[in-house]
Design a protein around this ligand. Structure first.
Ligand code: BGC
Length: 352
């Protein structure tokens, strides 16, 4: 009797193994680690934490080589896939015409929603007209159009940050130093500004508001140079090497609109024999891992967290609102995630 029972159990286990192990199901079908049949909808609600039945989402990124947008797109992908969506992420290669084609292709393929990081903010009108004509719920990210541009389509929302805040925080990082940025004590803060792509409001506002914070605090300022570095590390390095060669010890503060350019700047600062926080200050924005390491090591005065994971989470949340039928009224189509100042005192909280 015992033996029969054991045989029966063994047979049941074999059957179960065969059912779970079917090697011919497509790789992108239902999650492999549940006990459900691979090809059915998750009708059995006993499976805990099973991803929601997702749709197909097209994600357009302006340029894959951008360091910050790499962190951001990885976060987006992980969150979307974790929720059971099929995700296709494409590289606009900094070419708006190419991105327009990619958007059209996604529309033809019948994606359920789009998340778009425009190549050119100035192309927003065209992008919005295209997604509106196709009736696709769309979340724009990272490059903010104007409220008027967005107002024409109520299934559209922007998720990003208020770049003025990051600029102000950069200024505050300098004001928090012992001499408020006036290292040589001549009564003024002499700085160079390494700007991102000025077509982007993040670059415009960070440039303006970092300096405004100093002026508002009563500091006199002197701009030795402002050069566009288009968000790129190598440009940051080149620009700061040139500026240090030209202005030497006059340079007290290096403002970079993002961390990647600040890392490039740091290479040139070190090559010129200067020492951050002793004879020059250096600030960036983003809190990239590389910058956090330099802040901790005392090689950057500080940075500002541009919360990629927070923005990706909010973008997916808004996308789901749109998929659920939500519409957005004019002038309430921007959702902002806060920036956070990062200094040696709190850098540990952002690492790892
Ligand atoms: C980030 C930059 C990035 C840019 C791309 C900004 O918010 O700070 O690092 O290059 O977005 O649009």
């Amino acid at each position: 009797m015992k033996k029969t029972l054991a045989l029966l159990l063994a047979a049941i286990m074999m059957l179960a193994l065969v059912a779970c192990g079917g090697g011919d199901k497509p790789a992108d079908s239902a999650p492999a680690d549940t006990n459900q049949p691979a090809d059915s909808a998750p009708a059995d609600t006993n499976v805990p934490e099973a991803p929601a039945e997702g749709g197909t989402i097209g994600v357009c990124i302006y340029q894959f080589t951008d360091a910050f947008m790499t962190t951001y797109r990885n976060a987006l992908q992980e969150i979307l896939e974790g929720k059971g969506y099929k995700v296709s992420t494409v590289d606009g290669a900094n070419d708006q015409a190419k991105q327009n084609e990619q958007i059209n292709t996604f529309i033809t393929q019948g994606v359920d929603a789009l998340i778009i990081n425009p190549v050119m903010t100035s192309a927003a009108d065209q992008i919005i007209a295209t997604v509106k004509a196709a009736g696709i719920p769309t979340v724009l990210i990272n490059r903010e159009p104007t409220a008027d541009q967005m107002a024409v389509y109520d299934k559209l929302v922007y998720v990003g940050c208020d770049a003025r805040q990051s600029g102000t925080m950069q200024g505050e990082l300098i004001l928090d130093t012992p001499n408020k940025g006036d290292i040589n004590g001549d009564g003024k803060v002499s700085y160079i500004m390494v700007q991102g792509d000025p077509e982007n409001v993040d670059a415009q506002y960070r440039t303006e508001f970092s300096v405004k914070a100093l002026v508002d605090a009563g500091m006199e300022v002197e701009e030795l140079n402002l050069t566009r570095g288009d968000w790129m590390r190598e440009r940051g390095q080149e620009i700061v090497a040139n500026d240090l060669a030209q202005f030497g010890d006059q340079v007290e503060v290096v403002f970079c609109n993002n961390d990647d350019m600040a890392i490039g700047a740091l290479q040139s600062i070190q090559a010129a024999g200067r020492k951050v926080n002793e004879d020059i200050y250096l600030v960036g924005v983003d809190a990239l891992d590389a910058a956090l390491n330099e802040v901790q090591a005392g090689n950057m005065t500080g940075t500002v967290l541009n919360d990629a994971v927070g923005q990706a989470t909010a973008a997916v949340e808004e996308m789901e609102n749109l998929l659920g039928g939500a519409t957005y009224a004019a002038n309430s189509q921007s959702v902002y995630v806060d920036y956070v100042k990062v200094t040696p005192d709190n850098v540990q909280d952002f690492m790892g």
